[in-house]
Design a protein around this ligand. Structure first.
Ligand code: G3P
Ligand code: CA
Length: 239
């Protein structure tokens, strides 16, 4: 049996501030095959890496991401909420992340979640694809979203980039919708991966990537069920 592929969820977010360059670098150092991160648009149309639609939980600021310009977002402290020693962490841009991916010795894969299921960011897909194109690293990127229309748009704009449709729970619609939007994989929770729907997905040719697995025994149970790719907050532990 080959070793499971570990993707660090929002970077090594179990021990470092999520979705920061520090969390991404720590995941790389821990030997993760990939990282997962979330992107949204700032008020001035820049692609920024942050999970929530507001900055309240993970920075010292307040308000919606889309109501802040990039210079305003860059002033926020995105690390102290975890520990004072992380006070230099800032909200990264996708451009910074892609640059980091092309540094010597960095071969990590990146799963970019288009966070447009709550706020509809007009043009997010096109901007993300254009940035990836600049760095010519499409083969190290997976685009994922809970919003099927967003992935359908990605597919219309780019017929080859790998995409994963994100579903919650035992999503009986997953195979049908993944087929309809032309996505390549299903990103699901353990409940789906351990249900009969997993076999349906396999028959349809859709690999499953499972989020968010933080316990070793759950990883082992899923591995026995044939799952080989996991998102975790603790890449070092699961490795
Ligand atoms: O990639 C799976 C996972 O990131 C989706 O949930 O809320 O952590 O973005 P969330
Ligand atoms: Ca995510």
């Amino acid at each position: 049996m080959t070793a499971p592929l570990i993707y660090a969820h929002r970077g090594a977010s179990g021990a470092f501030p999520e979705n920061t360059m520090r969390a991404f670098e720590e995941a790389r150092k821990a030997g993760a095959a990939g990282i997962e991160l979330d992107v949204q648009l700032s008020k001035d149309g820049q692609v920024v890496i942050i999970h929530d639609e507001t900055v309240d939980r993970t920075t010292d600021g307040m308000g919606y991401v889309q109501d802040h310009t990039l210079p305003q977002l860059k002033k926020l402290d995105a690390g102290s909420w975890v520990a004072p020693s992380f006070s230099d962490e800032r909200i990264p841009t996708l451009n910074e992340l892609l640059q980091w991916m092309t540094e010597d010795g960095n071969s990590i894969t990146v799963n970019i979640e288009l966070k447009n299921d709550v706020t509809q960011y007009k043009g997010l897909e096109l901007k993300v694809l254009a940035l990836i194109d600049t760095y010519q690293i499409e083969d190290r990127i997976i685009l994922a979203s809970f919003n099927p229309l967003s992935l359908k748009q990605v597919r219309a704009l780019n017929p080859t980039i790998e995409t994963g449709y994100l579903v919650i729970g035992k999503a009986d619609y997953a195979v049908e919708l993944t087929t309809e939007i032309g996505a390549d994989a299903i990103h699901c929770q353990p409940a789906y991966a351990l249900s009969p729907y997993a076999e349906e997905a396999k028959q349809a040719g859709f690999p499953l990537r499972v989020y968010t697995v933080n316990e070793r025994d759950e990883l082992e149970r899923l591995t026995k069920a044939g799952i080989d790719t996991f998102m975790t907050d603790h890449p070092a532990l699961l490795k």
